[in-house]
Design a protein around this ligand. Structure first.
Ligand code: GRG
Length: 278
């Protein structure tokens, strides 16, 4: 199976798992809330975080299909963050993934609640019964999921980003925001994959560092795609930023080598994230 087929397989597995799971909850969810949640959950996301989580899980020797609960949960958290990020009080966007934003279709109050519901539903799903996964590892993974996405992770990064004025930009401040706002969810995905595969602490740390490096790459690539020169200038402009991206990608691959095993897919995955600007 080549890289793209494997990536599609991971994404498709997550998508069908999420569809089956959420359809099973339809009866218990108020209709407008359900429509708003599913609108964003199934509107063509790339499923980058679940792919990362599943890739690391497999690399570390994990075999259980129960891992899909965490792959689904991280995608629900990512989806909530995008719904809220598009709000007038945040980025004030009208379109996402080529479609109207959730709040434009369903109104702000329903979209706000859909985001809340996806966030809490993620934890309902990830904390549900397991027959195969080790319960101690599940508890550890839940803690990572909460802390990396919450007020010491992504939410703080978003808050810093909203509060930082362009006049106060520095490379260090921007990198810290990128780390929290974007990389933390990638770090959580990789770390959770390793934890649930039963990897030891050293390997878990390497997985997390792989996630950190590609997470920073992901945000810098996004800045380049957005032509965000205001920010890129703190990385020495587009060309220097591209060199920095290359360095981060090499670092990411070094962490994969430390993990060992068949890491071709995840190496190609790091290149794929960069290829968006090629
Ligand atoms: C509202 C708490 C809260 C957090 C928002 C995710 C985020 C934090 C803001 C989004 C801003 C942004 C565009 C960041 C760049 C990185 C990023 C998360 C891009 C979107 O992720 P993709 O490309 O999205 O994985 P798809 O559409 O593929 O799911």
């Amino acid at each position: 199976m080549d890289f793209h087929e494997k990536m599609q397989e991971y994404a498709r597995k997550t998508e069908s798992f999420l569809k089956e799971y959420i359809m099973g909850c339809e009866l218990y969810i108020e209709k407008s809330l359900f429509d708003s949640m599913t609108y964003s959950l199934f509107s063509g996301g790339k499923r980058v975080r679940p792919v990362l989580l599943l890739g690391i899980y497999e690399l570390c020797g994990g075999k259980s299909e129960e891992i899909l609960k965490f792959a689904g949960a991280i995608e629900m958290i990512h989806t909530y963050s995008l719904i809220h990020d598009d709000f007038p009080c945040m980025d004030d966007d009208t379109f996402r993934r080529g479609k109207k934003c959730n709040h434009i279709i369903f109104g702000e109050s329903t979209a706000l609640l859909a985001g809340d519901a996806l966030l809490t539903h993620a934890f309902e799903l990830a904390s549900s019964e397991y027959k195969e996964l080790n319960h101690k590892c599940v508890l550890k993974a839940l803690n990572v999921l909460a802390s990396y996405s919450g007020s010491s992770g992504m939410v703080s990064g978003q808050c810093m980003d909203l509060n930082l004025k362009p006049i106060d930009y520095t490379k260090e401040k921007l990198l810290n925001i990128y780390l929290l706002k974007t990389a933390k969810l990638m770090m959580a995905s990789a770390k959770i994959g390793a934890i649930l595969a039963g990897a030891d602490e050293k390997i878990i740390l390497c997985a997390e560092n792989y996630g950190k490096n590609i997470g920073l790459v992901f945000q810098l690539v996004d800045d380049i795609l957005d032509n965000d020169f205001e920010k890129l200038k703190f990385f020495g402009g587009k060309e220097y930023a591209s060199d920095f991206i290359k360095k981060l990608t090499e670092n990411a691959k070094k962490y994969l080598d430390k993990i060992g095993g068949k890491s071709e897919f995840l190496k190609a995955f790091s290149d794929y994230l960069v290829s968006r600007i090629a």
